[in-house]
Design a protein around this ligand. Structure first.
Ligand SMILES: [Zn+2]
Length: 59
C-alpha cells in the first residue's frame, strides 16, 4: 500500500501504515494515499529516479 505524510507530503510504500513519517519524523500524519496518488507513485517508481546526473557544467 502507498501512504502519504500529510505534514511534508512524503510518499512511501509499506505493508502496514507507519505511525511515524520516515522523512520529517512527525507522528500521526501518515494517511493512506488516494487511488490517484497511488497510481502516480507506482508510475514514478517505473522511472529511473535513482540515477544521479553528474553535473555537466564545471567552472
Ligand atoms: Zn512527513
Amino acid at each position: 500500500m502507498v501512504f502519504v505524510c500529510d505534514h511534508c507530503h512524503f510518499e512511501l510504500e509499506a505493508v502496514a501504515k507507519p505511525s511515524q513519517c520516515p522523512d520529517c519524523g512527525k507522528l500521526g500524519h501518515i494517511r493512506t494515499a488516494t487511488a490517484e496518488e497511488s497510481q502516480a507513485f507506482q508510475a514514478r517508481k517505473l522511472e529511473d529516479v535513482w540515477h544521479d546526473p553528474a553535473p555537466a557544467l564545471a567552472g
